[in-house]
Design a protein around this ligand. Sequence first.
Ligand code: SF4
Length: 697
Amino acid sequence: PQMHGDRATASVCGFCSTGCNLNVHQRGDEALGLSPATDYPVNLGMACPKGWEALAVLDAPDRATRPLLRNAVGKLEPVGWDVAATTFGDRMQAIQREHGPQSVAFLSTGQIVTEEMALLGALAKFGMGMLHGDGNTRQCMATAVVAYKQAFGFDAPPYTYADFEQSDTIVLVGSNLCIAHPILWQRVMRNQFDPQIIAIDPRTTETTMAATQHLALQPKSDLALFYGVAHLLIEREWIDREFIDAHTSGFDEFAAFVSDFPLSRVVAETGLAAEVIERFAESIHNGLRVSFWWTMGVNQSHQAVRTAQAIINLALMTGNIGRPGTGANSITGQCNAMGSRLFSNTTNLLGGHDFASAEDRQKVAGILAIDESRIPHEASWPYHRIMEGILRREIRGLWVVATNPAHSWINQETARDVLSRLDFLVVQDMYHSTETARIADLVLPAAGWGEKEGTFINSERRIGVTSKVARAPGEALADFHIFKLLAEYWGCGEMFRRWESPAATFEILKQLSAGQPCDVAGIDGYAMLRERGGVQWPYPAESDEYATERRLFADGRFFHPDGRAKFLCEEPRPLPEPTTSKFPLTLLTGRGSVAQWHTQTRTAKSAVLRKLYPEELYVEINPHDAAGLLISSGDLIIVASQRGELRGRAMVTPAVQPGQVFIPMHYEATNRLTHPSFDPYSHQPSYKACAVRVAMA
Ligand code: SF4
C-alpha cells in the first residue's frame, strides 16, 4: 500500500536472491520510505530487515562521490571523470601493449543488474580484448552451475517458490534458511501439509531448531551420507523405477557405486546414528512430494559439485522432480547471481552459450554485429587462476566491479598480497571505504541499488525490475553509464551504440537468449515484468500462456541431447586440511545474522542493522572445548590457523559440536584463517572447514 508520499515505485530488492519486491514511497524526487509489495508472487507483503533498510544504506558519509586517483605521493585524490576515464584507458592499454591483451582482467559481481553485467562482459572481452574475468558468484553459485550443467544439460534450477508450500517433505542441506533466506522460510511456514523439515547441518542453527529432524553430521560428510541414503533406498526398493527408466541415464553404474556405502560406513563417516540415517531415508520414501534445497554448506566445499549431484541423484531416483512440491533445488545467494550465471560473459558466452562452440560464437557475433574474431574461444580463467595469474605477473591490471576480494577471498593475507602486486588496480564501487577500494589506484564512484534501473533474476529464475527511486550522490554514475563512458575513452564506443540504455540492452539480451533453455524473447520489456510480478524463464517468443509460478521438467525432458538427466558420482575425498594436534578444531564459517550481508559493505551503514548484530567478532565454541581451555563466554580469545590469526569474543554454546568452532563470514578478519582449497569442477573456494586452534588472548 502507498503509505505516504505522492506515489510508490516498485523495485526488486538488491541484497539476496529471494528477489522481494519493495514499494518505494516518493514525494517529488525524494524517496521517503518503503514497504514490501503485497501483490508480488515472491514476498507476498514481507521483507527482511535488510530490505526494510535498503534506502538507509544509500546515505553514508563514505559513499564514493567523485573518481579518486592515487597521486605521486600515494594518496587517493579526487579527479574528474575525464581524467578517470582517460587514465583507465591509458594505463590498461599500456599494460596490454607491453604484456598482451590477457594481461588485464576483471572481477565482476552478482550485485549489479543483468544489463550492466552483460555490458561489462561484452565491453571487457569484445571491446577491450580481455580474456579473463570472473565474478564473486564463483564464491557462491559456481558449484550449482556445474552440477546442473552436468546433470541436466543446462544450468537450470527447476523450482518455483510455491514448492516450499506444496512439499510434504522439505530437506534443507547446508542451508540456514531462517536467516539466510528469511522470506523463503516464511514460505515454508505457510505450508499447510504439516511437512517434515529435515535440516542437514553440522551446527545447530535457527533452522535446525525449527526442523522436525536435524542431522548434525561431521563437517563435509554429507557426500557419504547421500550415497549411503541412496544405497538404502535402492536396497529397500524405495525408488521410482519408471521415472529412472524413462528419464535418466547412468543409474545402474550409480547403484553399483553406492553399494560401497553400507550403513556402517556412513555411520562411521558422518557421526550420525544408524536410526537417524534410516529415518531420513524413510522420510524420503514416505513423502509424496519431497523437495531438496541446498545453499553454501554444499557449494563451498572441496567436493561441492559431486555433493550437489548426490542431492540431485536422490531427487531423480525417487521421481521427485518436475512436480509441485519437489525438486533438487539450489537457492542462489546474491540478488542477481542468476543474471551473472547467464549473462556475465565469463564462464559462459552471453546467454548461456559456449565460448568453445563455433556455432555459438557466430550466433552471438551476428546478434551483436561484431567481428567474430573478437570472441575468445575459451571461457575465462576462474577466480583463483586469475589470482595465480597476478602472482605470476601474467595479469598486471585488474578491474574490480561491485565486489570486495580483499575481504571476501579465501586466505586473506595471501589475497591481499596478490592484489598489492598489480601494476594497476581499479575498483568501481558505491563506497570508497571497502578493503579493496582502499588499496586501489583508481576508484570509480558507482550508483547503488535504487539509484539506477535494470533487471535481476532471482533463485526461481524470475526476472524482475529494479527501479531508480533516488539520485546517486555527487558525481557517482550508474555502472551502466560508467561502462559506456569507459568504452568511449577506450575507443570502442561504436561497438556499443545499440546498448544505449538498460531497457535497450534488455532487448539485446532477449535476442541472445532466443532458442536457449533460458529463452526470454517473449518478454515485452520492463512494462510486462512490472505488470506481471516478474516472469520466470523460459518465456520464449511464442509463449501464449502465462502462469505466475512455473517449474522446469514437468514433461520429464532434460536438456542433454538424449533428453535424460544423468546420475553422477565419485568417491568422497578427505578434508583438504584435517585437524592435527597443533590445530585440533574445525572452523565452520557462514551467515551470522539476518541483518548483515556478506562483507557488510552496505549493511554496516544502517544503524538499525548494526544494532541487530554484534559489531565485535565472536567465535562460537562448544562448552566441552571451552572448559578444557578455561574459556568463558565473553572472554577475548585468539583463533589461529596455519595462515593467520584473529581475536574475538568467545560465545560458549552447544550450537557447535565439540571439536568445532564457528565464525560468521561478515567480519573482516574471518578469511585470515580460511584454507585455499577448491572444488575441482566448479573451482569454488571451500570456506567451510579448515583446521584451527583456540587460546585465551
Ligand atoms: Fe531483500 Fe532478500 Fe531480505 Fe527479500 S529476503 S528483503 S530480497 S534481502
